[in-house]
Design a protein around this ligand. Sequence first.
Ligand SMILES: [Mn+2]
Length: 426
Amino acid sequence: MKIQKEQILDYNKKGLENHNNNFEFLADKLSKNGHDVPTIVSKLAKFQVAIPSWALGAGGTRFGRFSFYGEPSNLEQKLDDVGVLHSLTQTAGAVSLHIPWDIPSDYSAIKEQADSLNIKFDSVNSNTFQDQKDAKETYKYGSLSNINKAVRDQAIQHNLDVINIGNKLGSKSLTVWLADGSCFPGQNNFQTAFQNTQDSLIDIYKGIPDDWKLLIEYKPYEPNFYSTVIQDWGASLMLANGCGDKAFTLVDLGHHLPNSNIEQIVSILQLKGKLGGFHFNDSKYGDDDLTVGSIKPYALFLIFNELVYGMENNPQNPDLAWMIDASHNVKDPLEDLIQSLEAIQEAYAKALLIDQAELKAAQANNDVVKCQEILQEAYRTDVRPLIEKARLNSGGVISPINAYRNLGVRDALIKERGKNTVATGL
Ligand SMILES: [Mn+2]
């Protein structure tokens, strides 16, 4: 299914007057307070977030999976779904493939399709957390950290294969997340597991093209519940430094112990020029894969404050690979992703409203109250008219969720694909 430009223009007619009134009121207020509204709107329009190919179908838990209808059952259909998201939101201009779940069968056809939908191929993701059909070695006891060299070699080769696939599509980074670790004390030698991982990553790094990045993701627990080899940003940073200049840490919001100060992690990594990518989701307890901004929108805003500061003040840090990394158990994945994209845009817009010069002055005076006032003044602003304007300027819709429902997208997908389709992935 493809949403036509005429459908969007027609849909927008209804809300245009209301949007214009809201935007003018807000733009006037912000301009009077010294904000450069057109620059903020153009920054919002430029901000693009990759959709992972595994997030377009129903996810599940280890207790079960509840299907919904019209799921994409191949890569072409997944790209179509990202195309739907992008045409409505104008924020989802990239897709992040998971290998081997989504290996293209015809590269030029898939590139052509992505081009026609205005979608780029972002980071490619390797998978050594489950055994593939006909694989010689098993990852049951780890992959890049495994005590057995044959297993490590298989995992290294898989990552090199993924780089090769990404290269053919125009990707510029490889994301490595390991499930490696141990469930019980004594099961692994921590030092051996870490050193094996470092050596394996160095072998993979040798295959990273000059204009690519190697992104190393960390996670404190799950699926291993006693230890994970790359448990936190410090372990990831050590491994990245052990590889070289093209290796970076990737921060996933859900991969922290409760109450971790993620904004501080993000800030310091940017200072050191080592933040390479960022995965969005939200959580209450752990890696819950919930809709971005659904539980802790203020924390997301504080993180964006640091990201914006870093993007403006840390030229030593590269452009980041942004991706939504969530799974959908009860919502229509496309609606969930639209909500996440909007939450990301909202947090970003609010962070752009923080008066950095004023904040710096208040910090210099140790005016703690003023510092909080500056942050919360930005946070309390209803920035939605700015996001609507950015979307409209790029050819998107005023309200993506309403449009998605009004245009009957899910019904059309069910008609096209049938009821009992199942997406590859988790
Ligand atoms: Mn992730």
